[in-house]
Design a protein around this ligand. Structure first.
Ligand code: ADP
Ligand code: MG
Length: 236
């Protein structure tokens, strides 16, 4: 109930901007499919991290989220598992294009996200591709054309593929902007905006950031609709 939810938030320094759903303090309370719970158990995780506990119920309701949390807080599973649930609900044809899109600032981070997506999505037969610059386009396009549920991309390379008309984002309805502050610091705002313009407006958008400066607040105001804000710890 409410007192337990508030005690959990207090204990883990979680603040929410409005009357958000109660955090999932245990894996068992998430209602995730048992194959997924098994993966989490195999990974040796004992409980959701605070960002996962609070983001999961909000994301599963289909709400937009902006989450401000430090590195190492478990944000990847915080957005990728509700992304899996979203995929299973929609059952889109992956041959047409991806349903879930994750934008990430660097090749290294994008690769780590894909590793997590593959590890936890394997038993649900969810497919993904990682698109980043500084590598030949051919092999990435080949994977893309095989059909994928999830694209994890740096904004530069994905924008190149959009301009080449090599990728179709018409089915994207779950968009994640991971490390949004860092993507803006790297000058990716124009590419992010072009990518978002290629996605139908009826979508769920989740933004994750370690800091909350004016530039991030501005792009959040433009790209998110009535978001719930979740902060973990003291925000800058
Ligand atoms: P962030 O994106 O916030 O920097 P990551 O999503 O990369 O954090 O997660 C950091 C590490 O914590 C990863 O190795 C990940 O596998 C691990 N992790 C994620 N969720 C949990 C959990 N519930 N319990 C323990 N470890 C977790
Ligand atoms: Mg991360």
């Amino acid at each position: 109930g409410r007192p337990a939810a508030e005690a959990y938030r207090h204990q883990h320094e979680i603040t929410v901007t409005e009357d958000a759903p109660h955090p999932f303090t245990t894996f068992g309370s998430t209602g995730f499919p048992s194959v997924l719970l098994k993966e989490v158990q195999c990974a040796g995780f004992s409980a959701p991290t605070p960002i996962q506990a609070q983001s999961w119920p909000i994301a599963l309701e289909g709400r937009d989220i902006v989450a401000v949390a430090k590195t190492g807080s478990g944000k990847t599973l915080g957005y990728i598992i509700p992304g899996f649930v979203h995929l299973k609900r929609l059952r889109n044809n992956s041959k047409i294009g991806p349903t879930v899109l994750v934008l990430s600032p660097t090749r290294e981070l994008a690769t780590q996200i894909q590793e997590e997506a593959q590890k936890f999505g394997r038993s649900s037969s969810i497919s993904s591709v990682c698109l980043y610059g500084g590598a030949p386009k051919g092999p990435q396009l080949k994977e893309l054309y095989r059909g994928v549920d999830i694209v994890i991309a740096t904004p530069g390379r994905l924008n190149d593929f959009l301009e080449m008309k090599s990728v179709n984002l018409d089915q994207v309805s779950y968009l994640v902007l991971d490390e949004a502050d860092r993507m803006l610091d790297m000058g990716f705002e124009p590419q992010i905006r072009k990518i978002v313009n290629a996605i139908p407006p009826r979508r769920q958008t989740l933004m994750f950031t370690a800091t909350w400066p004016k530039e991030v607040r501005n792009i959040a105001a433009d790209l998110l609709v009535n978001p719930v804000q979740v902060n973990i710890g003291n925000i800058d």
